[in-house]
Design a protein around this ligand. Structure first.
Ligand SMILES: [Zn+2]
Length: 384
């Protein structure tokens, strides 16, 4: 067997409504009692955090809420949040929200104990310090950020940089699907498709794909593909919401160890230039990239078809085509926008996007088929 490494958070707990007894749960997990919650204004003001805060107060926690996280967070959010935590003497950090809040929580947990400048942390394995205990609670089913060791920050007008280090893996993850019930159908669709992309790209990734990431990706895809449309049609469908949250989590563990590829590489410039949500940009690029990758990835897509439809006597190409067509159908049925023109991307921006996508070498190197700038442009045109 090819050698491989697999990293993931230390422990997870899944329970419907668990946020309402957060104090009890955290009290069992940690001896620290001075908690910094990292979240955004919308979640703080719509009351989603209230049951958790009440339970924390009952359990004797001192709580500071930092709710200034924004989408595509700039560096300033990290430094302000770390300052707030230091002033409060926080000794445990909780990320509560979507990918941005959980990403910020990871770096802040490091910065509470380490004087390493943020600028020195970018890249892979460059974080030198330890961190305070870290818990993550996702409120969307998509990014998988609760189980990854990556933080993405916006560092310029259209540029983003990543910190990837083992310190960013949380100690504990709490999965409470009740928190995702209020997500509108459009966000459920976009984030759910992003999670499916994580599973598919992890399964076809060329460098670090391994038996554990494969097993997680297969199970994730089954959960996500069977529950995406039910969760979009009825946000209160408890079993669909639980399946989506678990599927997103398993897909996150898969791609944290077997990294994503061209769908994400082509999605990032769309987010950078037009501030479209991450999940939506992946949904827009998935169909074209799946078809482009067929020439190398067909045997793996055929395996994924078997996961979804059971074993079949059909040949590899027929099964792979069935898989790709089914993904396209799911996206159509989810109600997510289908074309770049539907989300106001100007046609004359496509060459710039293609040029920018070429900068995503960290992701493109994982793609089963080499992507040139001309290929990228053709893929954007197909998605247009
Ligand atoms: Zn993603």
């Amino acid at each position: 067997m090819k050698p491989f490494t697999f990293d993931t958070p230390g422990a997870m707990h899944m329970e419907w409504g668990a946020a309402g007894r957060l104090g009890e749960i955290l009290g069992d997990w940690f001896r620290q009692r001075n908690l910094l919650i990292v979240t955004d204004k919308f979640l703080h003001q719509n009351g989603l955090l209230e049951p958790a805060k009440a339970s924390l107060a009952d359990a004797g926690f001192q709580v500071t809420v930092f709710d200034d996280v924004v989408a595509d967070p700039p560096e300033a959010v990290v430094t302000e949040c770390a300052e707030r935590g230091k002033t409060a003497g926080a000794d445990v950090v909780l990320g509560f929200g979507g990918g941005s809040s959980m990403d910020i929580a990871k770096l802040v947990a490091v910065m509470l104990t380490s004087d390493q400048p943020l600028a020195d942390m970018y890249g892979i394995g460059n974080v030198t310090g330890a961190r305070t205990p870290l818990v993550q609670i996702p409120t969307t089913s998509g990014t998988g950020s609760e189980v990854t060791n990556i933080t993405i920050l916006t560092t310029g007008e259209t540029t983003k940089m990543g910190v990837v280090s083992r310190q960013l893996y949380a100690d504990r993850v709490l999965l409470d699907a009740e928190l995702t019930v209020g997500l509108p159908a459009s966000a459920t669709a976009a984030t759910g498709i992003d999670a499916m992309v994580h599973a598919i790209e992890a399964y076809t990734s060329v460098n670090r794909k391994n038996p554990l990431s494969d097993a997680l990706a297969r199970e994730a895809l089954k959960l996500l593909a069977n529950n995406l449309v039910p969760a979009c049609r009825d946000g209160g469908d408890r079993s669909a919401r639980e399946a989506m949250l678990l599927g997103s989590n398993l897909a996150g563990q898969a791609f944290s160890n077997s990294p994503v590829a061209a769908v994400h590489a082509l999605a990032y410039p769309l987010g950078g230039h037009f501030h479209l949500p991450h999940g939506l940009t992946n949904a827009l690029m998935l169909g074209p990239v799946l078809r482009f990758n067929m020439k190398a990835a067909a045997p793996l897509y055929a395996e994924l078809a078997d996961v979804l439809f059971g074993p079949s006597d059909e040949d590899v190409n027929a099964r792979a085509t069935r898989f790709v067509d089914h993904m396209q159908e799911l996206m159509n049925d989810s109600g997510a926008p289908q074309r770049l023109r539907d989300v106001a991307v100007p046609e004359d921006s496509l060459p710039t996007l293609a040029r920018d996508a070429m900068l995503q070498t960290r992701l493109l190197m994982n793609n089963p088929v080499e992507v040139t700038e001309a290929d990228a442009l053709a893929l954007y045109r197909e998605a247009y």
